[in-house]
Design a protein. Sequence first.
Length: 375
Amino acid sequence: MRKRSFVLISLICVAFSAAYAQYTTDKVVGQKNTDVIDSLKTATYPYLLPIWGERVVQKGFKIPKSAGLSAQYIFQESEILIQNLQVGFNHGPMHSLDEIIRFNSAIASSKGLNVRPDFWIFPFLNVYGILARSQTSTSIDAGIWLPDSSGWHEVTSFKTKAEFTATTYGFGLTPTVGIGGFFFALDANFSWSDIDELDKPAFVFVLGPRLGKNFVLTPKKPDMTLALWVGGFRVHLNSGTSGSLNAEELFPINEWEDKINTMYTKVADSQQKVDTWWNGLTPTEQKNPVNIAKHDAANSVLARAGGFVDKASQVVTNASDASVQYSLTKTPKNKWNFLIGTQFQINRSLMLRAECGIFGTRTQFIAGIQYRFNL
């Protein structure tokens, strides 16, 4: 049976569903463009959008067609940090497993397709909607740690993988400015990812500044251009998440039995070592505040671990009907990564685009096609 766990931390995978994908309004400059500048001064603009379109065109700006529809394929992989884990069974009390379960790594990956309608509301502001569907997985490598008389030790480890489908919806804003083919765009989007295993849709905010240059490929076809850009990509997501899973989605029944039996043994061994150490101290040593603190801290953790194992053992007796509730906080290991991208504009209506995110602990690739028209 396929293992599943902590599906929520993969929500970051769908944060890349709405990156900047069109060229900007551009101020025409230079002696060689005098004829174009003069023609723009007397141009009419018969379309509804963008607002103030004719005024901006007559001041020497070339503006994109006002509406567009794009489709993009996205792949990404990123590292996540998980903390403050609490787990409960069958909607009973939650057990804090902070320090007891320590995550060595959590890798979230995703691939999917998004569709995005967009509109130039103003000549320097693009607004768009987001609708995405993605296949996402999360691989977790974690260890279980317990204290004894000599300190903390990893007593066992486990690996598990979550696979699920996410639907993402949202909107974004892209203020831009361009002059002489150079452009700057500051993309910001807000999205919510609906995943069955989460109690409520997960919110993600993405900020992506980009600086680039647009090149005309041939004077005979001034609308055929190639844009190149570099930039950054910053992700912020709501750090607290909770949800519920069927017990068998985490581990098959035989693995529950093996892991619970192992934990019973490890907790008992650690408790015995703590008791042996404490009973071996002299009365004076037992009054030492350092030893008291060490003894109390170890007993507290082992009591938490023992209580958790007792509750988990109840799952084994009826795993098909048992549920596991969880809550935790998660953050990207690195909020920023570096971007490079390009867009080939065949004409003012049809564009192809690719972008790659590198460096940091997140890698992403986006490839798409866009069609534009006037409203």
